[in-house]
Ligand binder design. Structure first.
Ligand code: GTP
Ligand code: MG
Length: 195
């Protein structure tokens, strides 16, 4: 599929099913801990500075944000998990919103699941990966902030992450940086393959 990535815009934000776009364009959702770089990933992939709003403050993204890309596909920016300073009630609201989207959305073709290359995956990261495997949702693991690790150590960090996740070698694993744009072409290849 030929996609003009310059032709991208925010379409709408949704809290639940009744607000999702009503058509059959394929969607790729971003999942990951708060602050891992989901919104930055979208911006980098679309060559935009702040289309998906980013921030040093975790918890910036609170609804499902749908981005239209050239009327051919959508990215869905999902609020991050694992942000400590939220109440139990808010966490439950979050879970319902994400689960509803991930388990019922027919447009969903794949989830880009982001982890921080610098650290072992958190319990939440492992749970998200298990969840996606359980529901047989195609998953692309993107290990982000690779610019913060010297190249000579990338392999070591990659192995540690795969081990902790109990990574299925038939899934994609991509080292990525929104700063250097490392892994961007690979990420597009993996995404287009899933559409
Ligand atoms: N060095 C470096 N910093 C990054 C990278 N990706 C994201 N960041 C920084 O990490 C912070 C969080 O990035 P966001 O893209 O807002 O993270 P998010 O996952 O969307 O966070 P929430 O919306 O809170 O869930 C920002 O300060 C980004 O500039 C990267 O690849 N390298
Ligand atoms: Mg965000």
């Amino acid at each position: 599929m030929e996609i003009n990535t310059h032709n991208a815009e925010i379409l709408l934000s949704a809290a639940n099913k009744s607000h999702y776009p009503q058509d059959d364009l394929p969607e790729v959702a971003l999942a990951g801990r708060s602050n891992v770089g989901k919104s930055s990933f979208i911006n980098t992939m679309l060559n935009r500075k702040n289309l998906a709003r980013t921030s040093g403050k975790p918890g910036k993204t609170q609804l499902l944000n749908f981005f239209n890309i050239d009327d051919k596909m959508r990215f869905v920016d999902v609020p991050g998990y694992g942000y400590a300073r939220v109440s139990k009630k808010e966490r439950e609201k979050w879970s319902r919103m994400i689960e509803e989207y991930l388990t019922t959305r027919e447009n969903l073709r794949a989830v880009v699941s982001l982890v921080d290359l610098r650290h072992d995956p958190s319990a939440d990261d492992v749970q998200m990966y298990e969840f996606l495997k359980y529901y047989e949702i195609p998953v692309i693991i993107v290990a982000t902030k690779a610019d913060k690790i010297p190249r000579g150590k990338w392999n070591k960090h990659e192995s540690a992450i795969k081990k902790k996740l109990n990574f299925d070698p038939s899934d994609d694993f991509i080292l990525f940086s929104s700063v250097s744009k490392a892994g961007m072409d690979q990420a597009w290849d993996a995404i287009l393959e899933k559409l």
